[in-house]
Design a protein around this ligand. Sequence first.
Ligand SMILES: Nc1ncnc2c1ncn2[C@@H]1O[C@H](COP(=O)(O)OP(=O)(O)OP(=O)(O)O)[C@@H](O)[C@H]1O
Ligand SMILES: [Mg+2]
Length: 428
Amino acid sequence: MNSPDTGRIDPRLVRVITALALTVSLLIMVALPAAYFVAARVAVTARLEARAESAAAIMTEFVTRNPDHWVFENARIRGRLAPFAEAAQPKEWRVLDRAGNVAATLGPPAARPALTVSVPIHDSGVVAGSVQVSRSMQDIVGWTSFLAVIGIALAGGSFIMLRSLPLRLLAESMGRLAKAEAMERERAAQLAQASKLAQLGELATGMAHELNQPLTAITLAAQNALRQLDRGPLEPPAMAARLERILTMARRASTVIDHMRVFGRMGGEANGPVCIAAVVRGARDLLAFKLERHHVRVQDTLAADLPPVLGQAIPLEQVLVNLIANACDAYGEAAEGAAPRLVTIAAAVAGDRLALTVHDAAGGIPPEILPRIFAPFFTTKPVGQGTGLGLSISYGIVNDMGGALTVQSEGGTTIFTVSLPLAPRPGA
Ligand SMILES: Nc1ncnc2c1ncn2[C@@H]1O[C@H](COP(=O)(O)OP(=O)(O)OP(=O)(O)O)[C@@H](O)[C@H]1O
Ligand SMILES: [Mg+2]
């Protein structure tokens, strides 16, 4: 069995599983020979005791008959014990007097290590001596050693099994989990991209308008220059002024296009320091036309020295575009000449976080739908005008950056708060 890839598993878990496998294997290794040794010793002791008690009963009778001389009756004692010596397993028999002196021995000496059982001989209820029987334990020790070798082999095998199997299963399920997580991330990224492209589609009309302005200015400047050339040669300073204007307008047009291209790009960049003022500016630029159409003025009260946050500029811009666009939609289309409606953007630093708020007074969010607005596909807009993904994706984007997106809506006003961690100061 090849060793599982434990790279993904918490090293502490690997250590716990290894320790458990080792404990169980050691138990197996010790239990097999130890259980055999104990069982064999108990069985042998019981057999020896039974034999010794029979011999002691015979000797008790012998001693009762010869209370004074029995100790010197070596041959007769041996004769009485002779039937006990004829066993398959040779044993050493010893008969001792009260003082421990040997009266008779029978059978070959038991090789060490030996197990000895002693049973008293009685004479009228008083201990007169004892019968001792010893048996060599060498065969049992031999079998115990053999079982110990088998135990080691079994323990080795079980250690590999008990450690590898759970780790392999764990590694496999973690691999599957990581794959599912990666797929989930990929799905979320694709959804975010789809919602962004939907936003871009909606913004395209506004962008066309944005582009039209510089293009008209370029055309006018060029026509103007041509007309003047028709009338006679143009002075270099006048010519330079026309060309400069054409260049400025062309740059403005390409800035608009660049911005849309960057905004439409698929995400995937790493977190880094982001200037919130630039993000707000970018979102306002993208929404310029929509703001104009809804007659909404963005009042940005950001301090000039706001510290950068830790995140990604484009996804944050996507969040702001959605929050400001939602406010515009809540205000609805404005009648000609109506007073401008306000979306106020403010930021404040609290501890190691920056709270960016987007405030509107477009009527508020009804309390019954407030708990649902972050759910994917929840929208109150007519079909074709809202996917209902804006807030759920914004929530995910801010969360992924270690921040939080919350809402408060009462008394006809709505405040969305984007709270983000500050970027670590260089050298901090
Ligand atoms: N500032 C707000 N004022 C009132 N209602 C709001 C405001 N912002 C969000 N909502 C409500 O929350 C709903 C969900 O907003 P969300 O941005 O998730 O989706 P959407 O704007 O409907 O669709 P999409 O963002 O895809 O265009 C909106 O349909 C609207 O009912
Ligand atoms: Mg929206």
